[in-house]
Design a protein around this ligand. Structure first.
Ligand code: ATP
Length: 324
């Protein structure tokens, strides 16, 4: 095993068989990939492409039909290695009648943590996943997003070196998703290795160093997010808004080099950015409302401050794409 690989998968295949032992589904077909220590790795693919099967094989919850897996230098079937692994399943199976503290204490006991370690970890994790206000409430009263948060805390109770997250943000609103992204960034900063399965590609793009795309159990693409997404054939300039005169000057410069300006436009923000900014400003300034098409990006043009005007065009960024 190469020194910085914490996961090595070689020619891994998994067939699900029927009662008579006949092959029903080939969920994985000769998958080979490595995950390095400290990286955030995204396992992507449409429904039924074999992501959850891969995670379960890595955890030793399923046995492969063929191939080999090594995690932290040990075979996947070695259950002791799971002491260093955290797993958030797609559906968390938690005890509905326990509260958040009792839940984490229970899982801490399974990992044989001492009483003082359990109290310390429970307190840290409840704060980390922002459930401090609900720590004494039974999980049966939790919303979907709160349940996902306590599931995440449970996956981290043993301070694992490798964390498998299956759809970590399902059921979370954009604030919750942003919290999970920050949490993953914190785990990476602590040197942890994180493997995420998700359908929400924008999130994967933001947090993952490398991604693999599976299709019908086969690896179709593998690489760093930067390499895979960067378009080397174009250059994008971001400037404050430009007057038509400046744009035509730029066109002149490009013409001198036998290049043309392909596109001049104002960049579009994402709905997620708009949502997060609106919620943040609403919390900071109760009573504020955005009117007449204003947005929280437009300086101070809002109802509780009617005298102000929107940001001038010169303050809005503009994008220009050039090509040969
Ligand atoms: N226990 C099982 N018995 C039979 N077939 C199964 C079983 N579990 C999964 N499969 C099949 O194996 C294939 C891969 O399933 P898997 O759950 O690994 O995909 P996935 O990529 O995680 O899908 P999703 O995105 O929907 O969670 C699918 O065709 C699925 O129907």
């Amino acid at each position: 095993m190469a020194s910085d690989n914490v996961i090595e998968i070689r020619n891994l295949s998994k067939d699900y068989r029927d009662f008579w032992g006949r092959r029903k589904v080939q969920a994985l077909n000769s998958l080979s990939l490595d995950v390095q220590e400290g990286e955030v790795f995204g396992l992507l693919g449409p429904n039924g492409s074999g992501k959850t099967t891969t995670l379960k094989l890595l955890l030793g919850l399923l046995f492969p039909t063929d191939g080999e897996i090594r995690i932290l230098g040990r075979p996947a079937s070695d259950v002791e290695k799971n002491e260093k692994i955290g797993y958030l399943p797609e559906e968390s199976y938690l005890y509905r009648f326990l509260n958040a503290e009792e839940t984490l204490d229970f899982y801490g006991r399974l990992f044989k943590l001492s009483g003082s370690e359990r109290r310390k970890r429970t307190d840290e994790l409840i704060k980390m996943v922002k459930l401090d206000h609900a720590r004494k409430r039974q999980l049966k009263e939790y919303s979907k997003g709160m349940t996902r948060r306590i599931g995440l805390a449970q996956a981290l109770i043993n301070d694992p070196d490798i964390i498998f997250l299956d759809e970590p943000t399902s059921g979370l609103d954009p604030n919750g998703r942003a919290d999970v992204k920050n949490l993953i960034a914190d785990l990476k900063a602590k040197g942890k290795t994180v493997v995420i399965c998700s359908h929400l590609l924008a999130e994967i793009e933001d947090v993952c160093d490398r991604v693999a795309i599976l299709y019908q159990g086969e690896l179709k693409l593998l690489g760093t997010v930067d390499e895979l997404l960067q378009s080397q054939g174009e250059t994008l300039l971001r400037t404050p808004a430009l007057t038509p005169e400046i744009v035509s000057e730029i066109e002149g410069v490009l013409q001198k080099h036998s290049l043309k300006l392909d596109d001049v436009s104002h960049p579009r923000r994402t709905l997620e950015d708009l949502f997060l900014r609106t919620v943040q400003q609403s919390a900071e300034r109760p009573g504020q409302r955005f009117v007449d098409g204003a947005t929280p990006f437009d300086g101070d043009k809002s109802e509780d401050n009617p005298d102000s005007t929107s940001a001038s065009d010169a303050d809005k960024p503009q994008e220009a794409a050039t090509g040969g």
